[in-house]
Design a protein around this ligand. Structure first.
Ligand code: KIV
Ligand code: ZN
Length: 509
């Protein structure tokens, strides 16, 4: 006998709280459509009262994504709840997710209130939401640090008020597995109406225990786990979806719990989220890191060659990690490219296909063979591109250990070519300076990451940057066999996000 565990994905809400990871409507919709393919049970689309843009994004997800429940977050106040309802009312299966701090620390220090008033506030918010929407989830924020008796009272009262899902968050990542599991067990035994609802958990990773705590909760009776792709989220992040799903699948005999996740979409979802949000995945990240299935020691390689099960507990293909079947070159042509893209599960409209093709030819001209990973990188960057106010036309660099690096960059804007040259502390800095001079906008580089997409000396370099322009951080991504060009493309991509966001072309230095 096995229990079904509901997977509630909050990448688009808690995940989006990562500084610099703010998404626009198109990007949110793209990720939501991929989460639909992954077959999550719930997509938390956003916190619609935070901005009109977020309301529009959650509304678009509600209109276009079918299958999963679409949830919107709201504080326990009418205005938030009204806006949340506005955003999900057209969903096939809408849910309003109301939260209120329940620990004394939150009630006294944040809400400047007392337990009784907080309880009343939670009950009236849930009743109000339930009058609008058939499905209401209530979260006892900072649940793991809440007095147990009060936690039971607020949960029972909000169930009576109409909540059909109760979420107990470890908001600050303070819990440890035995204790958190025990809390869930006691809640199940103590709260009278617990059997009428789904019991959910939402763990943060401040002590690196978010997945362990979530799994302990599952063992002790949690029905739903809230998590994010790649474990991204506020501060140290949330419990990682792919880790939870694969623990339950790989160790079925220990937990007797299953999820409905289509695991072969995990790898693709992880890459998409990483690219669109510009948050690199660490190489040793469990399940989706680039080293997760690579064996380097001789003894391990020998074992793997004899029998994969000697050192592998999961099969890469179960996660959708694709091995190369054919390698494309500059002579492969449109038909072969289209065929390979279809094999990889990409269905591109004609305009995006043409952009991918022209980038593919550009890269293939300089690199002998285009591998699956190269192609995935090219496609994912083109698919997630914002409108390009400035396009990269060409770049030249002169650099050496006895000279000041010099870059010359030519950008295209409205059919016009704009060229400038600049020096810098290094060739990357010089290229960034050129972009600033041409666009007339100064930015501050907050983050820079460069990695090779594949092994080998001709590997495609993929750069990710975060650039602060004014008060806002914009992220950018770029790829090229030339790492300076990849960096310049990433910087330009961040600038194009700034312009797409209505940025003015004035120097703010
Ligand atoms: O961490 C938390 O407590 C939350 C709630 C809003 C569910 O994100
Ligand atoms: Zn959270």
């Amino acid at each position: 006998m096995s229990r079904k565990i509901h997977i509630f994905d909050t990448t688009l809400r808690d995940g989006e709280q990562v500084p610099g990871a703010k998404l626009n409507k198109k990007q949110k919709l793209e990720i939501a459509q991929q989460l639909e393919k992954l077959n999550v049970d719930v997509i938390e689309g956003g916190f619609p009262c935070s901005s009109p843009g977020d309301l529009q994004a959650v509304r678009a997800i509600s209109q276009q994504v079918r299958g999963p429940v679409i949830a919107a977050l709201a504080r326990a106040v009418k205005e938030d709840i009204d806006i949340a309802w506005e955003s999900v009312r057209e969903a096939e299966r809408p849910r309003i997710h109301v939260f209120l701090g329940s620990s004394d620390i939150h009630i006294q220090k944040k809400l400047r209130s007392d337990r009784e008033s907080a309880l009343e506030m939670a009950v009236s918010a849930v009743k109000y939401a339930r009058n609008l929407c058939g499905e209401v989830e209530f979260s006892t924020e900072d649940g793991s640090r809440t007095d147990f008796e009060f936690l039971c009272r607020i949960i029972e009262a909000t169930i009576q008020a109409g909540a059909s899902v109760i979420n107990v968050p470890d908001t600050v990542g303070y819990a440890v597995p035995e204790e958190f599991g025990h809390l869930i067990h006691r809640l199940r035994e103590t709260v009278p109406s617990m059997d009428r609802i789904l019991l959910s958990v939402h763990c943060h990773n401040d002590l690196g225990l978010a997945v362990a705590n979530s799994i302990a909760a599952v063992r002790n009776g949690a029905d739903q786990v809230e998590c994010t792709i790649n474990g991204i989220g506020e501060r140290a992040g949330n419990a990682s979806l792919e880790e939870i799903v694969m623990v339950l699948k790989t160790r079925f005999e220990s937990y007797h719990a299953t999820t409905d996740i289509n695991t072969t979409e995990i790898y693709r979802t992880s890459r998409m989220v990483s690219r669109i949000m510009n948050i690199p995945v660490q190489p040793n990240k469990a399940i989706v890191g680039s080293n997760a299935f690579s064996h380097s020691s001789g003894i391990h390689q020998d074992g793997i060659l004899k029998d994969r099960t000697t050192y592998e507990i999961m099969r890469p293909e179960d996660l959708g990690v694709k091995q190369d079947t054919i390698v494309l070159t500059a002579r492969s042509g449109r038909a072969a490219l289209r065929h390979r893209l279809t094999e990889l599960g990409f269905s591109l409209d004609a305009e995006v296909f043409e952009r991918v093709y022209s980038r593919f030819i550009d890269v293939a001209d300089r690199k002998k063979e285009i591998t699956t990973q190269d192609l995935q990188s090219i496609v994912e960057i083109e698919v997630s591109k914002v409108p390009e106010t400035y396009k990269m036309h060409s770049i030249q660099i002169m650099s050496g250990n006895k000279m000041a690096p010099l870059a010359s960059v030519c950008l295209e804007r409205d059919g016009q070519l704009l060229t400038d040259a600049a020096t810098g502390d290094g060739p990357v800095d010089a290229a960034f300076n050129c972009i600033e001079r041409i666009t007339g906008v100064s930015g501050k580089l907050c983050d820079y990451d460069l990695k090779a997409v594949t092994m080998g000396r001709d590997a495609l370099g993929e750069a990710m940057v975060r650039v602060q322009i004014g008060d806002t951080i914009y992220s950018g991504i770029g790829a090229s066999p030339d790492v300076i060009e990849a960096s310049a493309r990433a910087y330009l991509n961040a600038y194009n996000r700034y312009f797409a966001n209505g940025g003015a072309e004035t120097t703010d230095k």
